[in-house]
Ligand binder design. Sequence first.
Ligand SMILES: Cc1cc2nc3c(=O)[nH]c(=O)nc-3n(C[C@H](O)[C@H](O)[C@H](O)COP(=O)(O)O)c2cc1C
Length: 155
Amino acid sequence: MNIGIIVYSHTGNTLSVAEKLEEQLVKAGHAVKIEKVMADNEDQMEADKVQLRRIPDISLYDALIFGSPVRGFSLCAVMTAYLSQLATLKEKKVFCYLTQFFPSPMMGGNRAMEQMKKICETKGGKVSEYGIVNWSNLRRSKMISDITEKIGGLL
Ligand SMILES: Cc1cc2nc3c(=O)[nH]c(=O)nc-3n(C[C@H](O)[C@H](O)[C@H](O)COP(=O)(O)O)c2cc1C
């Protein structure tokens, strides 16, 4: 399967999870490409004021994995802006993951994931599987491997 991992990452945490996913999915025989979303004003907290500079084209992929950090107990504005401008997610397999600093998903991750899933749904996509990595949690490595297993198992 042709898989695009579409990721926004400022300090590299979300990207490092994308690289682990890529490694596992390539091992399983898939064609995988990591594509970075970029913006000119990355610190902007309001999605409608984000100026996207790099807007990955999803038409090339059968399956999409969107990865993003949590910011201010919400889906970060750059990923919100990117997902919001997509034309459609119909006919695609869709997966999502988030990274956040705090140790529990109750500290912003769950809320951000609901926002992420909702935008995907408004684009006609159903999120088949998702996960949250709590960077300061001692079980971080296990959280990452759980996500790669869950997503890998459905592709
Ligand atoms: C402005 C800002 C707001 C943040 N807000 C939250 C938050 O609400 N909850 C949380 O757990 N982490 C928060 N973080 C931490 C990031 O979500 C976390 O470090 C993430 O893994 C960064 O991903 P990246 O390295 O891919 O950019 C915030 C970070 C920044 C810079």
